[in-house]
Design a protein around this ligand. Structure first.
Ligand code: IPM
Ligand code: MN
Length: 348
């Protein structure tokens, strides 16, 4: 029997609730499809920070390196630890250290979920660059607190980084409906975004079967509301992809449905799977968080681990539940009820 070694980082708030829920579903999938999940849980979180002064131990990255995948809940508890500290101490360093450059976020309406738009159906795959761009971390502050204070934060776009994320997007488009939309803001940002557009055109020549559109981020924001059905694969920089995927989550019915995979495509390092939503302190531990985003992310993880059949079954089980109205709106069902319904559908 194949055994997959998973590092679990439930993190903060509802991260704990949804990882718990998702693991019960993934374990059922393992029983049905004949693979095992060996897990080790790491308590790295804001609570851990308050006790140890760091979000994870100094050898945290090395510890994670030995796992087949990382399953993360959510990070952040701004009442006690500033987000700029907690995220730069855990989530963002993992993405960078393991070169998880492709952040894959699917946006579509699950059966039974209505969403806020009139659009009847859409199926968008957002490919977000995940290691550089606006999240490069390059910058600094001088004269703090004085009248002449300066803060600089530099976006970094490398040929390596831009080429590989676009190539990844082209490959995804090729496996889907063969349409790619590259999102920039090259009318205003004349160096980095013009460069991105150029690389898109260069690579497009090698994918004659994929049609390519170029859109500015502002126009894309409108398009995702007005005509999301026209979109297939979207490729965007780190910050643009971040913003568009919260919009994507909104049009698919809310953050409770938005899954995400941080993929390290060459497989030299573990990839990380996490729902798009945050820790939601206001509803943490109350058995009301929607676990679907985490369970869907878990399905992405199974797929990445080579358990494609199990991944498809988990996704089908989610949709069997939502088609029956389970978990389709906040407050309708508890975390446990949604999880139980999905497990039952998986085991049926
Ligand atoms: C996300 C989150 C993170 C990001 C935050 C928490 C740093 O919003 O995964 O979308 O901006 O990448
Ligand atoms: Mn985000």
């Amino acid at each position: 029997m194949t055994l997959h070694k998973l590092a679990l980082i439930p993190g903060d708030g509802i991260g704990v609730d949804v990882i718990d829920a998702a693991m019960t579903v993934l374990r059922s999938a393992g029983e049905r499809f004949g693979f095992g999940l060996e897990t080790e849980t790491f308590p790295w979180s804001c609570a851990y920070y308050l006790e140890h002064g760091t979000m994870m131990p100094a050898d945290g990255i090395d510890t994670l390196r030995g796992f087949d995948a990382i399953f993360l809940g959510a990070v952040g508890w701004p009442e006690t630890v500033p987000d700029s500290v907690s995220l730069h101490g855990l989530l963002l360093p993992i993405r960078k250290a393991f070169d998880q450059y492709a952040n894959i976020r699917p946006h579509r309406l699950l059966s039974g979920v209505e969403g806020p738009l009139k659009a009847e159906g859409f199926d968008i795959l957002c490919i977000r660059e995940n290691t550089e761009g606006e999240y490069s971390g390059a910058g600094g502050r001088v004269h703090q607190g004085k009248g002449n204070e300066v803060a600089v934060e530099t976006s970094v776009f490398t040929r390596l980084g831009v080429e590989r994320i676009l190539r990844f997007g082209f490959e995804q488009a090729r496996a889907r409906r063969k349409h790619l939309t590259s999102v920039t803001k090259s009318n205003a940002q004349k160096y980095s975004m013009v460069f991105w557009d150029e690389v898109t055109r260069e690579l497009a020549a090698g994918y004659p079967d994929v049609t390519v559109s170029h859109m500015h981020i502002d126009a894309m924001a409108a398009k995702m509301v007005m005509a999301p059905q026209d979109l297939d694969v979207i490729v965007a920089s780190n910050l643009f992809g971040d913003i568009l995927t919260d919009l994507g989550a909104a049009i698919q019915g809310g953050l409770g449905f938005a899954a995400s995979a941080n993929i390290s495509p060459d497989r030299a390092n573990p990839s990380m799977f996490e729902p798009v939503h945050g820790s939601a302190p206001d509803i943490a531990g109350r058995n009301i968080a929607n676990p679907i985003a985490a369970i869907w992310s878990g399905a992405q993880m199974l797929d990445h681990l080579g358990e494609g059949e199990a991944a498809a079954a988990v996704l089908a089980a989610i949709e069997t539940a939502t088609a029956q109205g389970i978990g389709i709106r906040p407050g309708l069902h508890s975390t446990d009820e949604i999880t139980t319904a999905i497990r039952a559908a998986l085991e049926a």
